[in-house]
Write a protein that binds this ligand. Structure first.
Ligand code: ASP
Length: 301
């Protein structure tokens, strides 16, 4: 039994790559990395890896992370420049250092020492990314998050993103932060987030979603409660939530997704389902008045 789920329509190619690894008895982390690498190296995807959104200085500075659900080890990199596949550096941080997160110049120098493929910075920037940057008012951000369960019961998660268009130099989103952008524990479940990192990180969405599954909720219940709780908590404390979306999977390989906005899509594949994309009906809509949180044991208002 194996299963793979990933954020956004552009990750169908990730589900295809993940399937190839998992159906031949491969490892969940390999499936996550192979899947995310495809999206990072696709210049048509405007928010991940090569061709991603630029920061205010016109630089491509990427965030990525991985977590192994068997060992609970994690590796992440933030604001890395000159590398097309930051997820490979994140994996090397997890496997070859005592640390969880490396940032900026330190992450780049570590990557060079590990022999990870480096690219000329300009070669990773597309004309489209330059155009989007010029239209400074245009919002843009999306992340590939991918969760895999392999046939040995191991679960793994990874994320990779260029973060928000026009972000300040040095800005870090939720995607490389454990518990916010991603979380996984084999035997329980995994989650990954996409949307405005500032909102996702202050509501610790991915950890919460996995904890809801640990409490016995189905993936659908867990992910919907997580999005509603995050959305409503921000409102209750005087804020206005931006986009918050998550995917999750339990230890049985069942997956679900939820969002507080229209247009969120995700890809999935498992033993009985070829790679495909589906669109999520918002459980609550940030642009409309919606229902409030209806309570989960320990989380009532
Ligand atoms: N969460 C990412 C960030 O804030 C962007 C996204 O997934 O939309 O960096």
């Amino acid at each position: 039994m194996w299963s793979f789920v990933s954020t956004w329509y552009f990750s169908k190619q990730a589900a295809q790559a993940g399937k190839a690894v998992l159906e031949s008895g491969g490892d969940a982390m390999d499936a996550v990395i192979k899947g995310i690498n495809r999206v990072e190296s696709d210049p048509e995807v405007e928010s991940v890896g090569k061709g991603g959104f630029l920061n205010e200085n016109g630089e491509l500075a990427l965030d990525a992370a991985v977590m192994d659900g068997n060992t609970m080890k994690t590796g992440a990199v933030c604001a890395v420049r000159g590398f097309e596949n930051p997820i490979n550096i994140a994996r090397a941080v997890m496997e070859n250092t005592k640390h969880n997160i490396l940032i900026g110049a330190g992450a780049e120098s570590f990557a060079r020492n590990m022999g990870i493929k480096e690219s000329d910075m300009e070669s990773l920037i597309t004309d489209h990314a330059r155009d989007v940057l010029k239209k400074a008012e245009e919002k843009g951000h999306d992340t590939i998050g991918a969760i895999a369960l392999d046939s040995f019961g191991k679960m793994a998660v990874g994320t990779s993103t260029s973060g928000a268009n026009m972000k300040l130099m040095g800005r870090v989103g939720d995607s490389p932060l454990i518990g916010s952008g991603f979380y996984v524990e084999s035997g329980v479940g995994g989650a990954a987030a996409t949307g405005l990192g500032e909102d996702i990180m202050r509501t610790c969405c991915s950890f919460r979603c996995v904890e809801f599954m640990r409490m016995g909720l189905t993936p659908k219940e867990a992910v919907e409660k997580t999005v509603i709780l995050a959305h409503e908590t921000i409102i209750r404390h005087g804020g206005k939530p931006d986009c918050i979306a998550l995917i999750c999977m339990n230890a049985k390989g069942e997956y679900a997704a939820a969002a507080n906005h229209k247009g969120f899509t995700y890809a999935f594949a498992d033993e009985n389902t070829p790679p495909q994309v589906t669109e999520v009906t918002p459980i609550i809509d940030k642009d409309e008045d919606g229902p409030l949180f209806d309570g989960v044991a320990g989380y009532e208002r």
